[in-house]
Every structure is written in structure tokens, then in C-alpha cells.
Design a protein around this ligand. Sequence first.
Ligand code: CTP
Length: 447
Amino acid sequence: MTKVITYGTFDLLHYGHIRLLERAKVLGDYLIVGVTADDFDKLRGKINVQQSLMERLEAVRATGIADEIIIEEYEGQKIDDIKRYGIDIFTVGSDWVGKFDYLNEYCKVIYLERTQGISSSNIRAQRHEVKLGLVGESGVLSKIEKECRFVNGLSVTAVYAEHYYVLPQTLQKLYRWEQSYPEFLDSVEAVYIASHPTRHYRDIKMALERGKHVICESPVVLDPVQFDELSELAVKKGCILGDAIKTAYSTAYSRLLLLVKSGRIGKVVSVDTTCTSLSDIYHIPEEKRKLIWNSICAWGPAALLPVFQLLGTQYSRKHIISSFADKECNLDSFTKIDFLYPDAVASVKVGKGIKSEGEMIISGTKGYIYVPAPWWKTDYFEIRYENPADNKRYFYQLDGEGIRYEMVSFVKSIETQKSMSYIDPDITKAISGVIYDFEKRVDMDII
Ligand code: CTP
């Protein structure tokens, strides 16, 4: 019996795929089809795959051509599979000519002529493109613009900031600056808001009222009551309201959460996060102080995210300790927040006027998780136990600091009309609550 194997993503299964499978099948008596897992696709730079692994597997199964379907999960797996299944022929389309010649050592390699004029990328590109507008003056918008180029189904078409001169320079060159926010909103379908946190409420509300989808840099708003109001408005208007904490979209971070939740370090007893970026906040001219993001807004949401995702938002008590460069402008140089839960504690340290090790440690009854600095852009972490021989290390590729995955998720939410699932609205609201208390000096000591 001649055994044939072929691999592919098979996203939005099309005629080209079916022709390939049919011809692969007649090369032998038994056809095995390897469908790439989502993580493996990400690693290969395919981030725009529309269908889940289950949907793609099902589509290949439904063709009735494959005798067996397997999942391709890691680099080098092809050699393993060829040996394990006793494969005689490896085949793929001619777009791969030469790339798999190294497999000749293990079996015969055949490149089949690719069907002209059709591909998954084409089908994805033909879908409606969401017109995205960028709002605000934060330098992060340049990164967002760059990362959006990797995302199918989305294109940046306009920018808005209160004044032209505050727009990031790269954007000034690329896009027309819209002077009126309502007119800007009329020209787009969705917005990424990175204006100053004190303007988020107004910027989001106007966008939602006009039926525009919103993703906003965290803190989304500075008052949990406002968050409830905007969430209701979003539902009423059939719009997405997303929280843009990019860490939530990194594969390593989401795997870490799953491992902790499945009990790998026992019961979580303590979560400690630190995020700092030293800048000369003491010498900012007074007129500009109101425009810059203070430490709690710049870093608080990312630092609070794992605390709330692992321990929940129902803490019994918290204690905020801050040091200020300018109290009237709410410009904290450093803030530390301790949380007490019924059976756990957490500690969050953020600052723009101090420097510290930007690590995260999650302590449990069986072991702990260590994420080295900068943990919020994490692609690597370790589970450490009493016996170092039991330690485990994990690495997951992170492209574009997680921003492109975040934007893929935003587009998917818009298309499916389902809210973005990586950050629960309760968590966005709890983050607003902490920052609200900071501003009102509740549960707070100033040093
Ligand atoms: N294939 C083909 N003819 C096409 C498209 C794909 O023969 N028009 C083959 C590929 O060469 C590969 C298999 O089908 O052997 C699975 O390809 P896959 O990468 O999943 O599909 P593409 O349409 O090429 O996807 P993309 O546009 O995302 O690269």
C-alpha cells in the first residue's frame, strides 16, 4: 500500500484545496492530511486565519477525500510523521517547490501544480474591510498603524487628534488630519482610541452614539459608573467596546493563565506584578503635565490585569500608596497597590519616576510562575518547583507585542458581533474602579 501525506492550513476551504487533495489521493492508496494548529500557523506568520482548527478539520473531513486527518503542531513534525506513519510520498502545492526537498531523505517528495487564481488570502482580502480611525496623540498609535498592516479585513483610513501638532509624526505624514471629531467619525466604521484617559469617556461616547465600534487604550474610563453607561450604549447600538491591553492577547500570557487555572502551581496565594518606565516626569513644563499619562494610567491596567484575571475582582480590601511629582495634576511618580482577598494577596507596583525589575511572580501552594522582565510583553515564562529538576520552561512566539493579535480579535468581534473575549468587562470595570479610587484618594496613603 502506498501512503501519501500532505499538509496545509485549509482556511475557508476552496476549489484549489480540493483539487490538491484529489490529486494527492491518486498518488497512492491511503491519504493522510495534516491540518496546521492555530499556534503553529501563528509561528509561521499566518495570523489572519479565519476559521478555528475544528472548523478547518471539519471542512477537510467533509470533502471525504482524506483517509486520515492529523494535526500539525510543531516544526519538524513532518519528519516524525513520515517515519511514524510509514509514508511513501510527501506532496504539497508548487508554491512550495524546493522548500521540502530535505524530506527526500525519508520518502519521495512531489510538488503538485498549484491551481491558479484562488487562495485563502484572496478570499480573506475580498471580504469587507473595516475602515479604522485612530484617535489621540499617544505614540502607541504609530505602532497600531504599523501592526494593522498585518491584519486582513481592517485598514486605517483616518486620524484625529485635538491639535495637528500632537499627532505622532509618522501619522502626520501618512494620513489626512481631520479637524472635527464628528466629521472624522462619519468617515470610519471603527476607532482605536489612545487620547488622554480624561478624554476617553467623551471620545468613546460620541463614537458609540454614531454607531462606531470602539477599542480603547486602558483605562477605558476613569469611573466604573461611566463604564456601565458606555457598555449599555454599546449594546444598544450593536457596537463592540473593547479594552486594549495588549498583554491579554499574547499567547504566552493566555497559556500561563490556563496553566495556573488548571492547578499547575496549586492554589494561587499571591500575585505580584511590577511595571515601570523611567522618564523625567519632574521636569515636564506645567502646561504639558495635564497631557501626559500618569503612572497609574500608563501602567496600572496591565499590572492589574493578571491580579483580576487570577484572583477575581471581589477583593476584601486594598491599600494604595503613591508618591507624586505633581499632586494637582494627579501625576504620580510611583504607585503601589496591595490587595487582600479572603485567601490570597496581590501587589502591584507601577511607576514612571522609579525604576524596578519588571517581572511577574505568581505564587502557589505547589510552585510558582516566574515571568522575566518585561513580563507584559511576554513570550517566555517558567514554572518553578521546590525541586528544580521539575521546573518547566515555556516559549510562545510574540509578534508585534500582541497588538496584531488584538486587532485580529477586534475585527473578528466586529464580524461576528460577539464581544472581545480576552478581557472580561468586569475586569475593565474593576480597573476603572481602582483608578477612580486613586483619583478620589480612597484607601490611599501618600508618601
Ligand atoms: N493549494 C493549491 N492551489 C491553490 C491554493 C492552495 O494547490 N490555489 C495547495 C497548497 O499548495 C497547499 C495546500 O493547497 O499544498 C494547502 O494550502 P494553504 O496554504 O492552506 O492554502 P492557500 O490558499 O495557499 O492559503 P494562503 O493564501 O493563506 O497562503
